[in-house]
Design a protein around this ligand. Structure first.
Ligand SMILES: [Zn+2]
Length: 114
């Protein structure tokens, strides 16, 4: 085992699969990617939703093959996880630092951006 993202999955990035794997409306962090030749998930993008990670994932159907996710009770926790993955796994499709929710004083634990 290599060090992973700590997210559940991966699962096929389809509406049917998202509805099957995500039963609740809640904040969460997700990773999008593809399967490499060795069958391992390769992360290309990390994102989050502060209210409904299932709905957010559905907007990416067709843009990647696989997804991973985890729910968080609190959107700040989802932000922390997003920052951790952004800094340590450096997904290629993330061009800029994860954004805080509007007006929130959240601090990224890994850098000085926030
Ligand atoms: Zn940071």
């Amino acid at each position: 085992m290599t060090v992973g993202s700590g997210l559940r999955g991966s699962f096929p990035l389809t509406i049917e699969s998202i509805d099957k794997e995500l039963k609740f409306i809640a904040p969460g962090t997700f990773g999008l990617g593809v399967l490499g030749h060795d069958g391992r998930f390769m992360l290309l993008y990390v994102g989050r939703s502060d209210s409904d990670v299932r709905k957010a994932l559905k907007t990416f159907v067709g843009k990647a093959n696989r997804f991973k996710f985890e729910y968080y009770d609190d959107p700040e926790q989802a932000f922390f996880k997003e920052c951790e993955i952004f800094h340590f796994m450096k997904p290629k499709a993330n061009k800029s630092h994860p954004q805080r929710a509007e007006g929130m004083p959240w601090r990224c634990p890994h850098c000085g951006v926030y």
